[in-house]
Structure formats: structure tokens, C-alpha cells
Design a protein. Structure first.
Length: 599
RNA sequence: GCCUUCGUAGUUUAAUGGAUAAAACGGAAGUUUCCUAAACUUUAAAUACAGGUUCGAUUCCUGUCGAGGGCACCA
């Protein structure tokens, strides 16, 4: 919001010191509350060419700025910090401008097209807490990038092929045989289970059976490696994968059936989370294209083929390792499929930027992927951005499926909603609501708590998920912000005044310090959206929203509408508070969080 | 072993190289004749350690210690 100041400073520097300086490199911050001023310019960097001490430099720039900008009321210099005070009129007109804007905070079209890939599940088990962080990040950053003026395509890549899904398939087949039932006659409906959970159950069964077999073989004197090699279960699984690649009809039929169960289950989870995709990619469709590109790379001598026919790329010159792209038996590996998917995405959309929301355990993988595509001279290589996020840890340690410490997404969401219900009922403020409305509200609050809890942390950092604490609804939480929104809605609802136009209300209005502080915070909104988008970091917006809600609460404890002396003061505060609510509402929406008007 | 990320109050998180390191939870003490107390006010408490770079370091560099993650013809 201080762009005009930066431009002004930049001009002063060129005129007086014949230096060219990038306006964006000038530091302007909000003034800490203990000092007089609205914003603070750091003048240390200017002393190099001003040849004056910091104080004198600050005074010089302060005077020049005041001459050039009528919106500056006064300034003062403390050490190397130039504090600027703006006029009342300036702040009042800022509020009026924001208030008159339809989509305040949203930016004009950038002309850029950005793809965001997120969720990207395997089809052998249900979604868990880690996916939830991924999905919320992906959805939120998509919305934020839209608000920054970009066209956004939301995609997901389903990992629908490979040895893992064969394990579930084999366990399912064996169970059918054991119970002497036809394939397909055991299904989500007969078991009263979500499809993804049913398939996940068979994945667990496979691992249990496999473990038993290994133990048995080890008891016969084999070591771990040899036991794995001798395992008939593993051999059967691998055979199944080969049959799948060969297109054996009964295997394909089973695969299609079980995957369809999983997709139904995923869709239900996505609906509860409130997220959507514009396009779904399947690895079963992209891995062949990947293999083609590998051949192209071999022909172009970007890749080398060993005597055993496996294909490699040597990245040691770039500080990385030698990486395999295709097995000796000709089947594709992980990175092959990603190369294919990248190409297919670009063929389909021709986007400028492609964001992958994927955990940080794959940092190396994405470095390699981008480098390979660069070496292949793919023009879309530079547009690839890995939005890498840290793991979600539990108080008991890492989530490990083997130890049964995985937090299931569906279970978690249900718990959050139940917990929201309990706390809300305790407060007993929902008289007059139908059961349906109540249920909807519990959902809104429970999901708001979960989403905000996961989004308020910088994605890059690992985070600790404490189930007991996440359902806490006080402090820096989603429900605190939602509650603030509901209160403001109530304030706007309950006053019987006919509202006056904001431009009339601000005439000759005398601003209170707390009112000015709120306007200042509202003014930051457009910049915060841009910053969040640029940094690919929704937590910037999340924390901003919390601070705004908090500022409102502090403001309102001192200066409620009822405490106003004149009608004009009431009118002004209604406009101010309404603007706060617009920003909170808009901001929550960008985070994928609903804002109830009553709670 | 090699590569990589991270160490901030008791706990969970903030802080584009800038002023006295900011909040929340938990602890202690208060505030309802008043538009939603899921609120507000007061209070104690932290930059792992040792160097370096400079006007100035939680932030950049080096080392030590500690905790993750990656180095497979798994995805």
C-alpha cells in the first residue's frame, strides 16, 4: 500500500543523489506501537550516498517527502528510522475507496495460466491426515492465485497402477476364494464400508498375510532378503502386475472394479473437505507417454542405455546422482510417469506455471524431474514449482501405517464435527434453529477448526498435530475468526438505522486511534493476497486474518457502536466494521473456510 | 558415509538483515445493568552452543551438538 511513497523516495534519490534505486528494495514497515507514526522508512541504506548521518538523512527525506505528498501530516526521526504520520483525510479516503470496491483485495488479470496439482493419492488405501494438509494447501493456494489475477487449473494425479494396488487386489481375490464367493459379490454395499476403506482393509490384510509368510520362512532358516524373494505371495503380486501390464481381462476387470470403489470413497472425502478438481490425470494413462519420452531422450543422447537395457541419466555434473528412468525389463519407474504426466499436462493446457503440491520427502525427486526436463529442452521445465510441505507429526511421533498410528481423514473430520457440536451445544445460543441448520453449523465450525489449524503454519515447516488441541476453539483458531465474523453480522443486523453513504459519513470525521489502526490493517489485504500467492504460502493470509479479527475485538471492547456519542460516529463505525467483515469473509473463502453469519 | 531441511517462552506457532523478538494455549489475577464472554484487560516466561560478516543477525557464512527427510530397478 505504500507504493506511492516508494516511488516518491526513488525520485528523491535520483534527483538529489543521481542514484538509481529499485523502488521495491526500499523498506517500509508499519510503525511499532511505541513510536509515533503510521509507517516507518528505514533510512540506513540511504546514508551511503547522502553522506549524512542517519538522523540528518531521515530529516532530509522526511522534508522532501512532505513537500511532495499532501497526504503526509508530519514525520519524526528516531535513530535511523523515519516515521511518517498521514493525515486523517488520507485514512478516511482509504476506507471509502476500499468500501466502494466490489472485489476488494482482488487483483486484475495477469494473463497467466497456472496449474496446481494436489492430493495425488494412491488407490490402495484411504486418505489420511497428510493428504488433508496437502489438499487444503492445494485448494487454498489455487484460490489465492485466482485472486492474484491468474487463471488456475486444479488437477490431481491418481496413482492407480503399480504393485501397491495389486496387493489389495490379490488379498481381495483370496478372500473371495476363501469365502467361496464370486468376485464382486463382496463390495462396499455388502460390507457397509466406504469403498476406499474397504480396499484399504484388503491392503492391510495383504501385509498381515505377507508378514506371516515371511515369519514362517524365517523360521525355516532363511534371512529377510531371501524370505522376501521366496515368498509366494510376493511372486503372485508381481505376476498380477505383469498380467495387468499385458492387459489380461480378468485382472483389468478386478482393477477397474476396485478402483471405482476407491474413487467413490475419495469423492465423498473431497466433498466433505469442500474441494474440487478441474481435471483428473491417471498414471495408467500417462506412463506410456513417459516411456515414449524416455526413448526420445535415448535418441537425443540425453539418456544412456546400459547393456542390460535399463535407461539412465547422469546428473553428477549438476551435483546430483545417476538416476534410473526405465527398468531393464522395460517397465517404467516413478519418474518416467512424472515425465509423461508433465508433457501431457502441457499438451492439454499450455500453462505458464505448474505447481506440484507434494511432501518434502520428494524434494530430491522434483529437482531431478525439473533438471531432466530442462536437459530435454522442454519449454515448460522452468515453470515447474514444487510446493514442498513438511510432514504432519503426532504427539506420539510420526504417522506409521505399520504401527496403526495413521490418522484417517474421514475419522478425523467426523471427530472435528462432533467436537464442534459438543462445544456449541454447551454454549446454548442456537435457539430457533432447525436441526438441519444446526448440523450444517457444526460441520462449518468443525471444518473451520481443522482447516485453519493446518493452514496457519508455514507449509515448508513440519507441524505437530495434537488432536486434543486442534479441536480447541479459542485463541488462534478458525472458530475464533468465524465467531468474530458472526458477531459483526449480528451487529450489522441489529441496528435499526438507515445507513448513509460512506462518502457523506467521512466528511470532517475525527478518527480515533483504534479506528485508524483498523483502517490500516484493512489496507494491507490486497498486498497480503499478493504476498501469499508469490510465496505460495496461505499461512500469510491466515495469520493476517487472525490479526484482523483480534484487532476488531480489541477495537470493539473500547469503541462499540453503542458507545458512540453522535449518529455520525455510529454510521462511521458501521461502515468500518462492515469493511472488516468483508475482508474476513473474503479471506476465509480464499482459505477454503466458510464464514457463518450466526454461531 | 554422502546430500538436504530444521533447532525461538513449559507447549504450539510468528517475526522481506532493522527499533524493547510477536501471539495463542497452559499458569496467576481481573472485566458482564451495555448491539454474541468462543470476547477483553493485567502478569511471569524464549532465539541450542561457539565463532565470523556489518551501522545492526532469530534471519547470511563456518564449525559443534541435537532432531527429521532423501540417497533402491518403491510409488
Amino acid at each position: 500500500m505504500f507504493h506511492f511513497l516508494k516511488a516518491s523516495i526513488s525520485n528523491i534519490i535520483t534527483e538529489n543523489f543521481q542514484q538509481n534505486i529499485n523502488a521495491n528494495s526500499i523498506q517500509i514497515n508499519a510503525t511499532p506501537t511505541d513510536f509515533v507514526g503510521d509507517c516507518t522508512i528505514v533510512v540506513f541504506p540511504f546514508t551511503k550516498f547522502s553522506k549524512l548521518n542517519p538522523e540528518a538523512t531521515g530529516n532530509f527525506f522526511g522534508e522532501q517527502l512532505k513537500l511532495q505528498n499532501s497526504s503526509i501530516e508530519s514525520f519524526n526521526v528516531v535513530k535511523g528510522f523515519l516515521n511518517i504520520v498521514f493525515t486523517q483525510q488520507f485514512w478516511l479516503s482509504q476506507l471509502a475507496q476500499a468500501s466502494n470496491q466490489n472485489n476488494y483485495g482482488f487483483h486484475p488479470s495477469s494473463g497467466k495460466k497456472i496449474m496446481v496439482e494436489y492430493s495425488s493419492p494412491n488407490t490402495n488405501k484411504p486418505l489420511h491426515l497428510g493428504h488433508v494438509r496437502n489438499i487444503l494447501l492445494g485448494h487454498s493456494i489455487s484460490e489465492i492465485l485466482k485472486a492474484c489475477g491468474n487463471e488456475v487449473i486444479k488437477t490431481t494425479l491418481v496413482n492407480d497402477r503399480g504393485i501397491h494396488i495389486c496387493k489389495s487386489m490379490l488379498a481381495y481375490k483370496k478372500d473371495c476364494e476363501k469365502r467361496e464367493m464370486e468376485i464382486g459379490s463382496i463390495n462396499p454395499a455388502t460390507e457397509s464400508m466406504k469403498g476406499d476403506h474397504l480396499v484399504g482393509k484388503y491392503y492391510v490384510i495383504f501385509n498381515d498375510l505377507f508378514k506371516l509368510e515371511i515369519e514362517k520362512l524365517k523360521a525355516e532358516g532363511l534371512n529377510e532378503d531371501d524370505a522376501t524373494k521366496k515368498s509366494t505371495l510376493m511372486a503372485e503380486t508381481q505376476q498380477m502386475l505383469l498380467d495387468w501390464e499385458a492387459g489380461k481381462p480378468e485382472v483389468i476387470a478386478l482393477w477397474k472394479m476396485m478402483n471405482s470403489w476407491v474413487y467413490e470413497g475419495f469423492d465423498a472425502t473431497y466433498t466433505t473437505l469442500g474441494v474440487t478438481f478441474n481435471k483428473t490425470y491417471y498414471e495408467s494413462n500417462t506412463y506410456l507417454l513417459g516411456k515414449e519420452i524416455v526413448q526420445e531422450g535415448v535418441a537425443n543422447k540425453v539418456f544412456t542405455q546400459d547393456d542390460d537395457h535399463s535407461v539412465w541419466i547422469d546428473l553428477t555434473a549438476d551435483g546430483l546422482d545417476r538416476k534410473i528412468l526405465q527398468r531393464k525389463d522395460g517397465t517404467s519407474v516413478y519418474i518416467t510417469q512424472d515425465v509423461g504426466t508433465a508433457q501431457m499436462k502441457y499438451n492439454d493446457y499450455g500453462m505458464n506455471e505448474s505447481i506440484y503440491v507434494v511432501g518434502n520427502e520428494q524434494d530430491y525427486h522434483f529437482k531431478v524431474l525439473q533438471l531432466i526436463l530442462k536437459k530435454m529442452n522442454k519449454i515448460y521445465a522452468d515453470g515447474i514449482y514444487h510446493l514442498s510441505y513438511g510432514m504432519v507429526e503426532l504427539p506420539t511421533g510420526k504417522m506409521k501405517s505399520r504401527e496403526g498410528t495413521v490418522v484417517d481423514a474421514d475419522d478425523l473430520m467426523n471427530e472435528m464435527i462432533t467436537s464442534a457440536k459438543l462445544t456449541t451445544e454447551e454454549r446454548g445460543k442456537l435457539d430457533g434453529m432447525t436441526d438441519d441448520e444446526k448440523q450444517k453449523l457444526y460441520y462449518t465450525i468443525g471444518m473451520g477448526a481443522l482447516k485453519y489449524f493446518l493452514l496457519k503454519v508455514d507449509p515448508k515447516k513440519k507441524m505437530l498435530f495434537n488432536p486434543a488441541e486442534s479441536i480447541e476453539l479459542q485463541g488462534n483458531t478458525g472458530p475464533f475468526i468465524q465467531y468474530t465474523h458472526a458477531r459483526i453480522c449480528s451487529i450489522l443486523r441489529n441496528n435499526g438505522l438507515e445507513r448513509k453513504d460512506v462518502n457523506d459519513v467521512i466528511k470532517n470525521y475525527h478518527l480515533h486511534q483504534l479506528e485508524k489502526a483498523l483502517i490500516q490493517e484493512i489496507n494491507l489485504f490486497p498486498d497480503k493476497i499478493l504476498e501469499s500467492g508469490k510465496e505460495h504460502n496461505p499461512s500469510i493470509l491466515a495469520n493476517y486474518t487472525y490479526n484482523l479479527a483480534k484487532s476488531f475485538n480489541q477495537f470493539y471492547a473500547e469503541l462499540s457502536v453503542l458507545k458512540a456519542d453522535t449518529e455520525n460516529e455510529i454510521q462511521f463505525r458501521l461502515h468500518l466494521v462492515e469493511m472488516v467483515n468483508k475482508v474476513i469473509h473474503q479471506s476465509l473463502q480464499l482459505l477454503g473456510i466458510q464464514a457463518p453469519s450466526v454461531m
